[in-house]
Design a protein around this ligand. Structure first.
Ligand code: GMT
Length: 378
C-alpha cells in the first residue's frame, strides 16, 4: 500500500504512535509518506520506503495567522496525485483530517473520487478536550469525523467520549497504543546511574510534555512526601509549559538535590531501565503511552483512574490507580511499592507481560487490516 501519515512532530504520544506505525509499515514493505511541520521526533534514520514532506508554516507579514492547514492540504494533494496514495492517515481530526478532506476536494477534478485516497483518522484525545474547552469548535470536529472514511480511537474511553459528544455517523474502531518490546525492555546500566550521580536510592520517573493536564506539581509533591520517608531521586524527562513553575516548586520545597530535570530525550529506555516507579497523575489521559513504555521496561506505574489508564493498568498488579489530585493516596502506594521488594518484583514482571499484549507487530497488523477494509469499501 501507499500510505500518507499526517502527524505532529512534537514530543508527545500521538507523534510517537504515528511515527512508529509508519516505520513499522515501511519495514513491512509499504511505502510511507510522512507530512509534518518538522521531522517527527522518533523518525530517525533513512529507510528506502519512507518519504518525509515538510509543510511550510507560511507566515506572511500581512496576516497574523499561519497557513499550516492549507499548506498541508496542498502538499497532501500533490503527493497523493503524483505518488498515488491509497490511504491518508490523519493523526488528529483537527486540523489534519480537515486538511486531508480539502486535499480530496483539490483532487476532485483530477481523478474520480473512487480512485482518490481513503481517509483514516485516529483520535488521540486533544480533539475532544479542545471541544470540551471551546464548544465553538464542535461542528468542525464533527465534520472531520463524519467525512473521514474510517475513524479509530486509542482507547475505549476516548471512543465513548467521542460518541457522547459527537454522535458520529460511523462506528469508531478502538486500536490502542502499542510498544515495540524488542526495543523497550529492561537493561539496567550501572554507568547511567553513575552519570546521574545516583547510588542505591530508588528512582522515580515521569516523562511528558509538561502540559497542565500532566499535573507535574502533584508529582513533585508526592515525591517530596516520599523523600521524607525513604531515599530517592526523581527524574523528570521532557519539557513544556509547566517546566519553569515545576523548577520553582522544587526549589521552594528544598529538594533540588534530589530532582533532575533532564529535558527532552529521544531514547528513554536507558532511564526506564533504572527506574523503580513511573508517576503519571494526569487529570485525564486518552491512553497514556508513556506508562505502557515504562511497563514494557518493568516499571510499575502509579496513575489516575481517569481516561484510558484502567484499560491496561490493573491496580495491585501493575501499580495503582487513584483519583486525580489524591496526592496522599499516591504517596502511600508509591511508598508501598518502593519498600516491599517482593511486591515490586511481582508488579514489574506483570508489567512486562501486560506490555506484550500491546506489541507493535500485532497492532500494526490491525491498522493494515483496517486500511484494507477501507479500501475494499465502495
Ligand atoms: O499527552 C500529551 O500531551 C500528548 C498527546 C499527543 O497528542 O501527542 O498524547 C495523546 O495521545 C497519546 C497517543 O495516542 C496518548 O497516549 C495520550 O494519552 C494522549 N494525551 C492525552 O490524552 C492528554
Amino acid at each position: 500500500m501507499k500510505i500518507g501519515i499526517i502527524c505532529h512532530p512534537t514530543y508527545g504520544g500521538s507523534g510517537a504512535v504515528a511515527t512508529e506505525l509508519g516505520k513499522a509499515l515501511a519495514a513491512k514493505g509499504h511505502t510511507v509518506h510522512f507530512f509534518s511541520q518538522s521531522v517527527p521526533f522518533r523518525l530517525g534514520t533513512f529507510s528506502k520506503n519512507i518519504f518525509y514532506h515538510e509543510v511550510d508554516l507560511n507566515h506572511y507579514p500581512l496576516f497574523e495567522c499561519s497557513f499550516y492547514s492549507l499548506g498541508l492540504a496542498s502538499k497532501i494533494a500533490e503527493v497523493a496525485y503524483y505518488d498515488k496514495l491509497d490511504i491518508v492517515h490523519a493523526h488528529y481530526a483537527i486540523p489534519h483530517a480537515l486538511s486531508a478532506m480539502l486535499a480530496r476536494q483539490i483532487l476532485e477534478d483530477k481523478c474520480t473520487l473512487s480512485k482518490c485516497f481513503k481517509l483514516a483518522t485516529t483520535l488521540h484525545g486533544t480533539d475532544i478536550t479542545v471541544v470540551g474547552a471551546d464548544r465553538g469548535m464542535e461542528d468542525v470536529v464533527r465534520l472531520a469525523i463524519n467525512k473521514s472514511d474510517g475513524v479509530t480511537s486509542v482507547s475505549k474511553y476516548l471512543k465513548d467520549e467521542t460518541v457522547r459528544m459527537f454522535s458520529p455517523k460511523k462506528e469508531i474502531t478502538v486500536i490502542p497504543n502499542f510498544v515495540d518490546t524488542s526495543l523497550f525492555f529492561r537493561t539496567p546500566k550501572q554507568e547511567i546511574r553513575e552519570q546521574l550521580g545516583i547510588k542505591d536510592e530508588k528512582i522515580v520517573i515521569h516523562i511528558s510534555n509538561f502540559r497542565p493536564v500532566k499535573c507535574i506539581s502533584d508529582i513533585i509533591r508526592i515525591f517530596d512526601a516520599l523523600t521524607k520517608r525513604l531515599d530517592a531521586t526523581l527524574l523528570l524527562v521532557g519539557d513544556g509549559p509547566e517546566r519553569s513553575e515545576s523548577e520553582i516548586l522544587v526549589r521552594e520545597l528544598g529538594i533540588t538535590g534530589r530532582v533532575r530535570f533532564l529535558g527532552k530525550l529521544d531514547d528513554i529506555v536507558p532511564l526506564l531501565s533504572i527506574a523503580d516507579l513511573m508517576l503519571m497523575p494526569s487529570n485525564v489521559e486518552s491512553f497514556g503511552l508513556a506508562a505502557l513504555e515504562a511497563m514494557a521496561c518493568g516499571v510499575p506505574v502509579i496513575a489516575t483512574n481517569a481516561g484510558g489508564f484502567p484499560e491496561f493498568i490493573v491496580p495491585g498488579r501493575h501499580g495503582y490507580l487513584l483519583p486525580p489530585g489524591d496526592i496522599e493516596g499516591m504517596t502511600e502506594k508509591a511508598f508501598l511499592l518502593l519498600t516491599d521488594d517482593a511486591h515490586w518484583m511481582a508488579c514489574s514482571e506483570a508489567c512486562v507481560q501486560q506490555a506484550k499484549h500491546y506489541e507493535t507487530a500485532s497492532l500494526v497488523e490491525q491498522y493494515e487490516r483496517y486500511y484494507t477494509r477501507l479500501l475494499d469499501e465502495e
